[in-house]
Design a protein around this ligand. Sequence first.
Ligand code: AMP
Length: 210
Amino acid sequence: MKLIFLGPPGAGKGTLAAKAVEILHIPHISTGVVFRSAIAAKSPLGIKVKAIIDAGKLVDDETTIALVKERLAQDDVKTGYILDGFPRTIPQAEALADFSEADKVVNFDIPDSSVLERLGGRRVCRKCGHNFHVIFDSPKKEGLCDYCGGEVYVREDDKSGSIQKRLEVYRAQTAPLIDFYRNKGILVDVDARPAVDVVVENFKKAVGKG
Ligand code: AMP
């Protein structure tokens, strides 16, 4: 099954994708994770995108499309994938349709007030990328990842000015994808506000695995 996860930052796409991988046994491709790994490795890509990402803006379409096109050419995604954080603009969606057609687009719906609460408390493992939350899901040992022992930190773009910017960017550039995919008849809505387990059950029903 070829899936796209759509929704504002903080909707829980990354958390849900980790659960969906266990259910569907398909690779999870997150452009945000790819960019953050490149930044950590100080690769040419990382150096190019760091300031853009820290400010909460979008990396240019050409760079992002090339990266996803290359990833989707690999053998492990022939039968399915979860694209998380891509596409984020109409040109990205149009480009994707030229090299891969998704079966379903899952739209994780959540109001801005919940996004602000979630992202303000989000902590991320620098090593494995697992997401925690200071109130709802804190690491057992402060500052250390429960799964790999890596350092747990606050993403630069989860600081308040960047969160606002990312929400603005989402509304202006990414939200139009909801109608784009609804018109294609492949969009399913999932309420992202309840607890993770409830969202997982609703997700399973939405993709016919419930
Ligand atoms: P995410 O982890 O999905 O929240 O992505 C973090 C940041 O990476 C975004 O705020 C953008 O700066 C950048 N990014 C991730 N995916 C894309 C994309 N499809 N197009 C442009 N920029 C992206």
